[in-house]
Write a protein that binds this ligand. Structure first.
Ligand code: SDX
Length: 429
């Protein structure tokens, strides 16, 4: 079939040039404008990348209009129903679900890489007790590049694989250490007899004075199930801001740990992964159902910087499929922990009110993944300032998968966008 093209005509010069239209497996076709400057002396202008595809990727597909999210072609609701987080991590990194043996080898290796270099303790202890855990995560993950000097030949696929496994393995250990540091409790080492989520809960909440208690007494299976679900739902999301940050940093050939630290920094923002923490603060500020109308009006007021946190999305102009799944899980977790959380009732009332409001309907602003996740984390006794750290643990699977995909691509080039210059023309001092 002939290559489909798009003709661009510069009406001021009359020059016309044909550009190829590229199509993926599914989704919006793209115009290949990589030769636009060479052929027409023009740049494209797209602040916020509203209409820009930055790369080709086979990892995740999102359809914002239909509310579809696929990881390597599998619908998110099926993976959430049938898989563990580490099975999904294997899928994202390798392209297929592992068979029993492949998964066992993968999880054994994750266990092997879980320990932190003992010298990291003094690095973690160097933070003030009230440091925000995301500030600690950026610093500590970036410092992994100072602790690991081996397996850093980025041209070696095995070195890349080991670096990715190290990050996936160590992220929950670092996250739990940040929390323990903030409450002045001793660190808890990862254990090989616990699953990824069981280990995280154990490293977060076990008490040294507490003798070993059967898993089902101490590590609540409801919490383990909820964590697996939340980690799966947050694992990847195409070229979001933090993943794009990881890709751009990696395009320079920088140390992989430093590139993931850059992604953590980007995720922290309240417009991105920091929204889950911001949702809880917003709900606490609203306080009661009768104050919802006042805050909905604030969110609509262009002169008021207040936005309804947990609502809206650059891609989803329908329900975020993850929010739908988390909303259901909220009920289950609150039922089973009998944690009657007034914030959950307030969240439901706020959602109901916003979805009936003309402004939110017209702008297609629906609850996103961050709207309900905080409610579950709160029910699991995760402190609010650790919510984005939870997102970090999960998204590490997506970041390292995109990093592996990008680094394996031949002919990688450094990412270097241009600009519209609005400063002074040349002038003499
Ligand atoms: C995540 O990219 C990803 O995939 C991200 C993520 C992932 O998994 O990686 O899904 C995770 O980051 C989810 C989003 C979490 N952020 C929030 O919940 C923060 C609140 N949401 C907004 O800040 C906003 O909706 C964004 C940042 C999510 C999206 O911003 P866009 O796409 O740039 O949309 P926009 O700012 O251009 O908004 C379009 C209109 C504007 O009004 P107009 O200028 O057209 O009149 O909608 C309004 C906005 O003012 N609007 C909101 C709003 N979100 C958008 N108004 C009130 N409250 C909101 N939350």
């Amino acid at each position: 079939m002939a290559q489909e093209t798009l003709t661009l005509r510069n009406n001021s010069t009359g020059k016309e040039v044909e550009f190829s239209l590229l199509k993926g497996t599914v989704g919006t076709p793209v115009v290949d404008v990589s030769t636009l400057h060479k052929q027409m002396g023009l740049f494209t202008y797209d602040p916020g990348f509203m209409s820009t595809a930055s790369c080709k990727s086979a990892i995740t597909y999102i359809d914002g209009e239909q509310g579809i999210l696929l990881y390597r072609g599998y619908p998110i609701d099926q993976l959430a129903e049938k898989c563990s987080f580490l099975e999904v991590a294997y899928l994202l990194m390798n392209g297929e679900l592992g068979n029993k043996e492949e998964q066992a080898v993968f999880e054994h290796e994750i266990g092997q890489h879980a320990m932190l270099h003992e010298a990291m303790r003094s690095f973690i202890d160097g933070f003030h007790y009230d440091a925000h855990p995301m500030a600690m995560m950026v610093g500590i993950v970036g410092s992994l590049s100072a602790f690991y000097h081996s397996e850093l030949n980025m041209d070696d696929a095995e070195h890349r694989r080991i670096s990715a496994m190290r990050m996936l393995a160590k992220m929950p250990v670092i996250a739990a250490a940040c929390y323990r540091h903030s409450i002045g409790y001793p660190y808890v080492y990862p254990r090989s007899d616990l699953s990824y989520c069981e280990n995280f809960l154990n490293m977060m909440f076990s008490l040294p004075s507490q003798k070993y208690i059967e898993k089902d007494n101490y590590i609540d299976p409801v919490a383990v199930k909820a964590l697996n679900l939340l980690f799966i739902l947050h694992a990847d999301h195409e070229q979001n801001a933090s993943t794009s940050t990881v890709r751009l940093a990696s395009s320079t050939g920088a140390n992989p740990y430093a590139c993931i630290a850059a992604g953590i920094a980007a995720l922290w923002g309240p417009a991105h992964g920091g929204a889950n923490e911001a949702v809880l603060s917003m709900l606490a500020e609203i306080g009661t159902v009768d104050r919802i109308p006042e805050y909905i009006e604030k969110a609509k007021d262009k002169n008021d910087p207040f936005r309804l946190m947990g609502f809206g999305h650059r891609v989803y102009k329908n329900f975020d499929p993850r929010a739908t799944i988390i909303r259901k899980a909220c009920y289950e977790v609150l039922e089973s922990t009998s944690a009657k959380d007034p914030l959950f009732d307030l969240a439901l009332a706020l959602e109901d009110y916003a979805l009936k409001d003309e402004y939110f309907v017209e702008k297609k602003l629906y609850p996103n993944v961050d709207f309900y996740s905080g409610i579950i984390y709160k029910a699991l006794n995760i402190p609010v300032d650790m919510f984005t750290v939870m997102f970090t643990i999960a998204r590490t699977a997506g970041w390292v998968s995109h990093w592996l995909e990008m680094m394996a691509e031949p002919g990688q080039r450094i990412g270097r966008p241009r600009q519209v210059y609005t400063g002074k023309d040349v002038r003499d001092v």
